[in-house]
Design a protein around this ligand. Structure first.
Ligand SMILES: *Cc1c(COP(=O)(O)O)cnc(C)c1O
Length: 377
């Protein structure tokens, strides 16, 4: 299979050392006791990466499993849950809450801007009777970034458990779980972590575990039950056979992140320079304020078909960008400069190919995007 350069906001490119690690010989992860140490060590590395003393779990399934597991484990019939929504993933949390019997109250933000903390605070002054709240760090379909460093402490001050979807942000944006009082944060292997799809990671606070343990009724799921993992290490028991190659690869991908001291500043510089080049060219960014450093979302110029544009780039430049979905279908093109994709050489090629392709379809850029990017970065 010929693989194009994938510059999508997940899955991202996977470094050779991660790919090679996934091909190592594997043991029986249930019976070989050394694997329990390996799993625990990998969780500890992830905790270091997320700046937390909380427990970490790696579950077999992508980010969506992590979102559902958090909601399944916390929600009981009739619980009031605050869903903070300024994007497609933000809104999507409501489905999981309802599925497990919760009563959703939405706090809706402007979809082109980050959540307004003052408005949220006013809202909470009126009503803060929620068991937990959900918020998305980077809502990938639009590329909006929410400031979880002020949202989570505010919620926590009101006694609300916080659940953060940072699947498309962690690794490219700062996440300080303990300092920001995040009860549950969820990540996926295929975004900035830059391992292939397959795993979700969660850090879970004592407060979150206490809520789960004090439920009136047991959690109505097995795969999504975050309590079944309790004492896995002491009991030498996993709820299901662990995807050992995926976890070995994830461990190396996390090492790559921990060793890369420039990773956050590189994401920020690349994202800034990309936005500048795009604007100078006469294109428009979808987001007006609250830009994620992991993905850039650009309005498609009038009279250009997004699927045709992307196909042209794929056929002529072997480059894959993404469209979007939901209310953004056909409206925007998305570049994922996250994790292994956040490299100057790669982004310079993306902007070159995008410019040539736009020109093919009749849109003339007002600057040389690739040169401008290289000068700025
Ligand atoms: C990618 C992503 C997810 C998880 O999606 P998967 O398809 O399960 O990887 C969840 N939330 C956000 C914001 C995402 O970008």
């Amino acid at each position: 299979m010929k693989v194009p350069y994938i510059m999508t906001p997940g899955p991202t490119q996977v470094r050779e050392n991660v790919r090679l690690a996934r091909s190592l010989e594997t043991t029986n992860p249930d019976l070989d006791l050394k694997f329990y140490d390996f799993y625990r060590e990998t969780c500890k590395k992830i905790a270091q990466f997320l700046k937390t003393k909380n427990e970490v779990r790696i579950l077999s399934g992508e980010g969506i499993l992590g979102l559902e597991a958090a909601c399944a484990s916390l929600t009981e019939e009739g619980d009031r849950v605050l869903v903070i929504d300024n994007g497609i993933f933000g809104e999507g949390f409501a489905d999981f809450v309802k599925m497990y019997g919760g009563e959703v109250v939405c706090f809706k933000g402007n979809r082109e801007r980050e959540i307004d903390i003052d408005k949220l605070e006013k809202f909470l002054d009126e009503d803060s009777n929620f068991k937990y709240a959900t918020v998305v760090h980077c809502d990938t379909p639009s590329g909006v970034l929410n400031n979880i460093s002020n949202i989570c402490p505010l919620l926590k001050k009101k006694g609300i458990i916080t659940v953060v979807d940072s699947v498309a942000a962690m690794g490219g944006e700062e996440v300080k779980v303990d300092e920001w009082k995040i009860d549950i944060v969820i990540g996926g292997s295929q975004k900035c972590i830059s391992a292939p799809p397959g795993l979700t990671i969660l850090s879970i606070s004592k407060d979150a575990f206490n809520v789960m343990k004090n439920r009136k009724k047991p959690i109505a799921s097995f795969y999504c039950n975050l309590l079944v993992w309790e004492n896995y290490y002491e009991n030498k028991w996993f709820p299901y056979t662990q995807p050992i190659s995926d976890i070995i690869g994830l461990g190396v991908a996390i090492d790559n992140l921990l060793e890369d001291k420039e990773i956050l500043s590189r994401h920020s510089k690349i994202a800034d320079a990309t936005r500048k080049a795009v604007k100078e060219a006469g294109l428009e960014l979808y987001i007006k304020q609250g830009y994620s450093n992991t993905v850039t979302v650009i309005d498609i110029p009038e009279n250009i078909d997004d699927a045709k544009l992307r196909n042209y780039m794929l056929e002529n430049y072997n480059l894959m960008l993404a469209g979007s979905f939901g209310y953004l279908t056909g409206q925007v093109i998305r570049i994922g400069h996250m994790g292994e994709n956040a490299r100057i050489d790669k982004m310079s090629y993306v902007l070159f190919a995008l410019q040539r392709s736009l020109e093919f379809f009749g849109f003339n850029c007002k600057c040389n995007m690739s040169s401008l990017f290289l000068n700025e970065v």
